[in-house]
Ligand binder design. Structure first.
Ligand code: PMT
Length: 205
């Protein structure tokens, strides 16, 4: 089976030296790619700017912005693929990107933003799995995203909890399904959580 995994943050530049982004390290997405490769799947890892080594047996495509990420995903995804969206994709980008560094006096008082495309929602393939980084109403928000993006499952993590979310080696997550079922998991390493996700997806084939 072909797995396409997105990982890390995206960067949305205002000018060549300033961007909007988030604290994603890529650890969770790289762990999913590594575990899928270990299980014998062909794996494409579409990675935002992160400082991690490519897992063995994984084909990596580096990207910067959400639009780059969407293009790269579309380039490798086919009808029979599984897409696992672990990336923390910036939902908005500055409407205008200056070609050179803006001097302080030239900076606008407010920055106009436009919505980025939603990668998971805009592609079709055999199975789609998402992640939801939440700070409140975690399961409810995750369930809504699962339905709206037509996912087989979403992995909800409350990024306010110690040992969960951005940059950590562990995560505290729940599997949320479109029918409303929820499977709560204890805190565990991102690698172990990744193995559980790949095992769960493998049951669908
Ligand atoms: O990288 P780490 O430091 O290990 O941190 C891991 C993590 C916290 C980034 C990861 O566990 C996580 O929760 N990833 C999803 C973060 C997120 O942006 O969630 P969201 O609720 O904004 O998006 C929901 C889903 O839609 C995600 O699968 C996301 O990849 C996808 N999405 C979102 C926006 C967009 N424009 N396109 C998308 O495909």
């Amino acid at each position: 089976m072909r797995f396409v995994v997105t990982a890390g943050p995206t960067r949305e530049f205002l000018d060549p030296v300033r961007f909007l982004s988030n604290p994603s390290s890529g650890k969770m997405g790289f762990a999913v790619a590594e575990e899928a490769a270990k299980s014998g799947h062909e794996v494409f890892l579409v990675a935002g700017p992160v400082n991690l080594k490519t897992p063995k047996g994984v084909k990596r495509i580096d990207v910067t912005s959400a639009r780059d990420m969407l293009k790269a995903v579309k380039g490798v995804l086919d009808r029979d693929s599984v897409l696992v969206g672990v990336a923390a994709v910036a939902d908005f980008r500055p409407k205008v990107k200056a070609a050179r560094k803006l001097h302080k006096g030239e900076m606008p008082e407010t920055i106009e933003l436009v919505r980025n495309p939603d990668i998971l929602a805009s592609v079709k393939c055999r199975h789609k799995v998402g992640f939801a980084a939440e700070t409140d109403r975690v399961l409810e928000s995750a369930a809504g995203k699962c339905r709206r993006k037509r996912l087989g499952m979403i992995v909800a993590n409350d990024v306010t909890r110690p040992g969960a979310g951005f940059g950590t080696d562990t995560n505290l997550a729940s599997f949320v399904f479109p029918d409303g079922n929820v499977e709560r998991l204890p805190i565990m390493s991102k690698r172990r959580l990744a193995r559980k996700i790949v095992e769960r997806i493998s049951k669908w084939f």
